[in-house]
Design a protein around this ligand. Structure first.
Ligand SMILES: NC(=O)c1ccc[n+]([C@@H]2O[C@H](COP(=O)([O-])OP(=O)(O)OC[C@H]3O[C@@H](n4cnc5c(N)ncnc54)[C@H](O)[C@@H]3O)[C@@H](O)[C@H]2O)c1
Length: 263
């Protein structure tokens, strides 16, 4: 198989991706993959230091990659709107939106405060609604093919012990993703979910105790955690309006067989 064929099949060269949560582990790694594939990458997040480190890595792997950092809070609509404007000012277009900012907390159910519940729902669900409204409106007005990738979780499908609010937020996010995938398919806007299994990262560090790690690995067919690079292939497929042109409202699970395990 020649790389010319892959380039033609995926047609990602020069496409522009905006990645919320791009300063984090999983989405930052996806951004690196996008850069290597020839895409222009807009990293969105809170930390300029983390963004700079990721951008340095992207430029090391793919010196041709054009990048932009947009600092902001996903819970703030004005920041999301500003990200769209800054991206258009710099690159003139947006082709792909990745919604991957996320927070989690292992609080026992009876101890979940309203503040914590609202913070997790605001970040994992409400912020994605806002980004899909702001970018979706732009995509519809432009009338060009576009892709939205929402980062869900295996807890979107099955309740995950210890993380009640997180599970609820991600289940709702998968439902929203399918619904928008249905709503906008005829306009060429593909909305899909990318569902990672268990990957060590900042937001789940506190939760991965030795006991829980043993439970997770015992229930993962591959018998190990995922490595963030293992999400890139599925992300490229969902990003591509050519290779992924008939993928609407779908869920791509990358979990080492966690969801396939029974006994
Ligand atoms: N790591 C896993 O095993 C795993 C599994 C399933 C799903 N996920 C999901 O993948 C996504 C990425 O998570 P990760 O594991 O890379 O964790 P991470 O902590 O490395 O990344 C999450 C990012 O979200 C950002 N963020 C949180 N709240 C924000 C806000 N209000 N405004 C702006 N940015 C904010 C954080 O600063 C961080 O950069 C999350 O949606 C997470 O729920 C992770």
């Amino acid at each position: 198989m020649s790389s010319d064929y892959l380039n033609e099949l995926f047609d990602l060269d020069g496409k522009v991706a905006v990645l919320f949560g791009g300063t984090g582990e999983l989405v930052g790694t996806i951004a690196e993959g996008f850069g290597r594939a020839g895409m222009k990458v807009v990293l969105c997040g809170r930390s300029e230091e983390k963004a700079n480190a990721r951008i340095a890595q992207i430029q090391k792997n793919s010196p041709w990659a054009e990048t932009l950092f947009c600092q902001g809070e996903v819970n703030n609509r004005e920041d999301i709107q500003a990200t769209l404007h800054q991206t258009l000012d710099r690159f003139g277009q947006v082709d792909v939106l990745v919604n991957g900012a996320g927070v989690n907390s292992p609080t026992p159910f009876l101890e979940i405060s309203d503040e914590e519940f609202n913070r997790i729902i605001d970040t994992n669900l409400h912020a994605v609604v806002a980004a899909c409204q702001i970018f979706g409106k732009h995509f519809l007005e432009e009338g060009r093919p576009a892709g939205i990738i929402n980062i869900t979780s295996i807890s979107s499908n099955i309740p995950l012990s210890k993380v009640f609010t997180y599970s609820a937020s991600k289940a709702a996010l998968l439902n929203l993703t399918r619904n928008l995938g249905r709503e906008w398919a005829k306009q060429g806007i593909r909305v899909n979910a990318l569902t990672p299994g268990f990957f060590p990262a900042e937001q789940n560090k506190k939760i991965l105790t030795p006991e829980r790690t043993a439970q997770i690995l015992g229930h993962t067919a591959a018998g190990r955690f995922g490595e963030s690079e293992e999400l890139i292939g599925a992300a490229l497929l969902l990003a591509s309006s050519k290779a992924g042109s008939f993928i609407n409202g779908a869920e791509y699970i990358v979990d080492g067989g966690f969801s396939a395990m029974t006994i």
